[in-house]
Design a protein around this ligand. Structure first.
Ligand SMILES: [Zn+2]
Length: 150
C-alpha cells in the first residue's frame, strides 16, 4: 500500500471503524472519509526540515511525519490537539519562506541545497503547506485525528 493520509468524518459515533458503530446520519455523503490525500510531499518536506534545522528544531510534528521510525506498524496519528501545534509549525515555516523572519544563514543554505536536489514531486512548497492546513482544518472541524499510513 502506498502512503496515505486521512481525516475521517464524524457522522458515526463513537468510532466509524468499530463493528458496533451506528451511523448517526445514515446517508453520510463522505462514505466515512472527510478528507484524504497522498502525503508523500508532506513527508518529503519533513525530511528537508530535519536536514535544514536538525532534529531538535521545534518542528516536532514535521519531523515526526517524515520519520518512518515514529510510525507504529506504518501508522501515525495526530490528535486534533497535535494538529493545532502542527499548525504553529506551518505558520513559522511560512514566516521563514516569505522572508518575514530570517531562518538563519546556515539553515537557509541547507534548505536551498536540500530542495534543489530533492524537489517535491507534485506540488510547490506552498501547496504542500496548504495540504497540511487543509488536514488540520478537517481534523478541527470533525474532531478527528489526522491519520498517516506509511
Ligand atoms: Zn460523513
Amino acid at each position: 500500500m502506498g502512503k496515505w493520509c486521512v481525516v475521517k468524518c464524524n457522522c458515526f459515533e463513537p468510532e466509524p471503524d468499530l463493528p458496533s458503530a451506528k451511523a448517526r446520519n445514515t446517508d453520510c455523503s463522505h462514505k466515512g472519509i472527510f478528507l484524504e490525500l497522498w502525503p508523500g510531499d508532506l513527508i518529503g518536506l519533513g525530511y528537508g526540515i530535519e536536514d535544514a534545522f536538525g532534529k531538535a528544531s521545534g518542528f516536532e510534528f514535521f519531523t515526526k511525519i517524515g520519520d518512518w521510525q515514529q510510525y507504529e506498524d506504518e501508522y501515525l496519528k495526530l490528535s486534533p490537539e497535535d494538529a493545532q501545534l502542527w499548525e504553529l509549525e506551518i505558520e513559522q515555516l511560512k514566516r521563514y519562506l516569505s522572508g518575514e523572519e530570517s531562518m538563519g544563514w546556515h539553515e537557509r543554505r541547507k534548505w536551498d541545497e536540500y530542495f534543489a536536489t530533492h524537489p517535491p514531486l507534485y506540488s510547490t512548497i506552498n501547496e504542500i503547506l496548504e495540504d497540511g492546513l487543509n488536514l488540520i482544518r478537517a481534523s478541527q472541524k470533525m474532531s478527528r485525528p489526522i491519520e498517516f499510513f506509511w
